[in-house]
Design a protein. Structure first.
Length: 218
């Protein structure tokens, strides 16, 4: 691998892993594949800040596990990143920092929202982005809460399907008693459960006490 290509890859790794946790790492602790990718830094590795060392190691680990298609996609993303104005790069870094401050449950909601956004038609994505960028911080919070409420309503509709009126009321009471974190745990439990077993899981949840349900979703 040429030195020029290695330098390009190293810059990509710093960008893709720009907010990795700092800790520092000795050159000798890197794997052979990581050392090959990071060879441009071999002579100066010991003088790099611990944060930079950790970013590069994390990025090199990801790079060495990518298949050719993933590497091409990463290169395209890096090219797009380099074309962004400094102000937009700063905003992206700040937003990523805010994302890392969220709880795991909140991060999962953000990822779910992004995935749903990616599946919208291009014209709808453009319109949604235009509206969102024109909102005040307060309006954005209200908008995101509205999306979350829609998601919850859809999830509740699916959970109610096929239930008797009495069981539907029991489901509402159960969900109201859960905290937001517990509702996320329940969601993950349902996702882990094979489709053929979900009806039995729903029945067990409805028949359980609140304390038993808390144990079941952990």
């Amino acid at each position: 691998m040429s030195r020029r290509l290695n330098v390009t890859i190293a810059l990509m790794l710093l960008t893709l892993c720009g907010l990795a946790t700092a800790g520092g790492v000795a050159w000798s602790d890197l794997s052979r594949d990581q050392q090959q990718v990071l060879m441009p830094f071999a002579d100066t590795w010991a003088s790099l800040p611990p944060e930079t060392q950790e970013k590069l190691r994390t990025g090199a680990s990801r790079w060495t596990t990518m298949d050719p298609e993933q590497k091409r996609a990463a290169a395209q993303n890096f090219g797009a990143w380099k074309q962004l104005p400094d102000e937009q790069r700063t905003r992206v870094r700040r937003q990523y920092g805010q994302f890392k401050q969220l709880t795991p449950e909140q991060q999962e909601r953000v990822r779910h929202g992004f995935q749903r956004f990616q599946h919208l038609p291009p014209d709808e994505r453009a319109e949604l982005r235009r509206r969102f960028e024109g909102m005040s911080p307060r309006e954005r919070r209200a908008f995101l809460e509205g999306l979350r409420a829609t998601d919850r309503a859809r999830a509740m509709e699916g959970a109610m399907r096929g239930l008797s009126p009495e069981d539907q009321q029991g489901m509402r009471v159960m969900m109201a008693a859960f905290t937001p974190a517990e509702r996320e745990q329940l969601k993950r439990l349902v996702q882990r459960t094979p489709p053929a077993e979900r009806e039995a899981l729903r029945r067990r949840l409805l028949d359980a006490t609140h304390e038993q349900r808390q144990e079941m979703i952990r």
